[in-house]
Ligand binder design. Structure first.
Ligand SMILES: [Zn+2]
Ligand SMILES: [Zn+2]
Ligand SMILES: [Zn+2]
Length: 405
C-alpha cells in the first residue's frame, strides 16, 4: 500500500523512529522547567510590583519567541490603566504543547510524510499531505486552494481540520503547507483594559486569515480536564481549559501558555481557533491555532468566542436561529463586557441545539489520517461520529477560558 509515500519504521542502529522525535516536536510535561518561575515568585514585592518586572516578563517572552518563531516581532506589555506591571505571572511562557504523561506522544511509526521536492504543489497528484487535506476538505480542491492556505500563508479553509506538512516530509521549510509550525509573524501586544483585565491587541494591520499563534499549554486528557475544571478552577473562579472539540483531549493554559491565554471573549469575535494537525497521524491530537476572522486594524483588540464551535457562536448570536441559550450556574460564569451590539451578556452560555448535526467528529478509525481510509468519505464516519456529536452537545459546554479580571 502507499508505495508513493514515505514511511519510516526503524533505523539500522536499532533505535526506533519514535526515539528520534525532536524535542521541538514533543515536549513532555515532566520536563517542564520550573526554576525560573520559582525564582521570580520568591522575589520581593518591591521588584514584583515595579516596572523592572515588566522588562523581565518581556525578556522571557522574547526568549521563547526567539526559539520558536525567530523573526516574530517582540510582544510588548502596555498598562495605561493602573500600576500593575504585568499580568499575573503564574505560568511558564511557552509556544508549545506540553504532553501530560497520560497522553501518548506523537507516533512517528504511523506518521506519513510526502515526497515532494521543493515546495508542495496544490495541484500535485502524488503529495500525500495534499491528499489527506483533500479527504478532510474536498471543497478546497474545487475552490482551487488544495491546501488550507494561499501562497501568502493566509487561511482559506474555515470549515475543516488543517493538515500541515510534517517532520517526515521531504519538502522545504518554506512550503506553503507549513504556516502554523513556522510561528507568529505579526505584532501583538498584551494590554490592560478598563473592564476585562488584560487583553491582546493588534500591533499592526492584519488581513483576514492571518495566523497569530497557537493556544499553547498542557495537553491533558478529557478526564483530567474535567477533574481540574470542577475541583480546582471553579473554586478559583477562572479557567484556562480549552476542549479539542470532541477529540478527548483538552489544552490547559493555566500553568503553561503564551499570549493567547490573555485573549478576551467577544460575542462578535474577530479571531477564531482552528484545529491543525502537524506531527500526529491522528486528528485527535491537534494544535489549536488562532487566526484573524476578519481584517483587523492596528491597536484593535483581538478576541474570540468562548462559546465552542463557530456554529455555536452563530446560535448564540442568532445568526442561525437553531438553538437557545441558558446561563449556566457554575461559579466560572461571568458577565460579558465585549460591547458588541449582539452581546448575549454571559461568557459561558449553555447552548441547546434544536437539531444535532454530525459535525466532523468521528471514532478512532475515522480519525486516522492515512490518506486513504477517508477517500470516499461517509460510511466509516457513521454511527460513532453521531454518538460523539450527541455527547458533545448534551454537555453544552463551550470552551472554558480565562475569567480573570
Ligand atoms: Zn510540504
Ligand atoms: Zn507534499
Ligand atoms: Zn508534506
Amino acid at each position: 500500500m502507499k508505495q508513493d509515500s514515505r514511511v519510516l519504521t526503524s533505523t539500522s542502529s536499532g533505535v526506533t523512529i519514535n526515539d528520534l522525535i525532536p524535542s521541538s516536536t514533543y515536549c513532555c510535561l515532566s520536563n517542564l522547567p520550573t526554576g525560573l518561575l520559582d525564582y521570580l515568585n520568591d522575589l520581593p514585592d518591591s521588584i514584583r510590583k515595579s516596572l523592572v518586572f515588566r522588562q523581565i516578563f518581556e525578556s522571557v517572552i522574547a526568549e521563547s519567541t526567539a526559539q520558536d518563531e525567530p523573526g516574530a516581532p517582540p510582544i510588548i506589555v502596555i498598562n495605561e490603566i493602573d500600576d500593575e506591571p504585568t499580568p499575573p505571572w503564574e505560568f511558564f511562557y511557552s509556544n508549545k504543547l506540553w504532553y501530560h504523561k497520560d497522553v501518548p506522544p506523537p507516533d512517528y511509526n504511523k506518521l506519513v510524510g510526502c515526497d515532494c521536492i521543493g515546495e508542495c504543489n496544490p495541484t500535485s497528484t502524488t503529495c500525500v499531505c495534499l491528499r489527506r487535506q483533500k479527504n478532510l476538505w474536498p471543497d478546497g480542491m474545487q475552490s482551487g486552494f488544495g491546501f488550507s492556505y494561499d501562497e501568502n500563508g493566509i487561511l482559506k479553509n474555515w470549515d475543516e481540520t488543517i493538515v500541515e506538512c510534517n517532520d517526515l516530509c521531504q519538502c522545504m521549510g518554506k512550503c506553503r503547507n507549513r504556516v502554523v509550525q513556522q510561528g507568529r509573524k505579526v505584532q501583538v501586544n498584551i494590554v490592560k483594559t478598563e473592564e476585562k483585565g488584560w487583553g491582546i491587541f493588534a500591533g499592526e494591520r492584519m488581513e483576514a486569515g492571518t495566523f497569530l499563534g497557537i493556544y499553547s499549554g498542557e495537553l491533558i486528557t478529557e478526564a483530567i480536564g474535567e477533574s481540574r475544571r470542577y475541583m480546582l478552577y471553579n473554586e478559583y473562579g477562572r479557567t484556562y481549559l480549552f476542549d479539542l472539540q470532541g477529540n478527548n483531549y483538552v489544552v490547559d493554559a493555566f500553568h503553561v501558555g503564551n499570549f493567547t491565554r490573555f485573549l478576551n471573549h467577544s460575542c462578535a469575535p474577530n479571531c477564531w481557533m482552528k484545529n491543525v494537525v502537524i506531527n500526529e497521524h491522528t486528528k485527535r491530537k491537534c494544535v489549536l491555532a488562532l487566526f484573524t476572522l476578519e481584517p483587523v486594524e492596528e491597536n484593535q483588540e483581538l478576541h474570540f468566542s468562548y462559546f465552542g464551535s463557530l456554529d455555536d457562536v452563530r446560535v448564540c448570536t442568532s445568526i442561525i436561529p437553531r438553538g437557545r441559550i441558558e446561563v449556566r450556574e457554575d461559579i466560572v460564569n461571568g458577565k460579558c463586557y465585549c460591547g458588541a451590539p449582539n452581546c448575549i451578556g454571559t461568557l459561558f452560555p449553555h447552548i441547546i441545539r434544536d437539531n444535532q448535526d454530525s459535525g466532523d467528529e468521528g471514532g478512532d478509525e475515522a480519525e486516522v489520517l492515512d490518506g486513504e481510509r477517508h477517500n470516499e468519505g461517509g460510511e466509516e464516519m457513521g454511527g460513532e461520529g453521531d454518538r460523539m456529536a450527541d455527547e458533545g452537545r448534551e454537555t453544552g459546554a463551550g470552551n472554558d477560558m480565562q475569567m480573570d479580571t
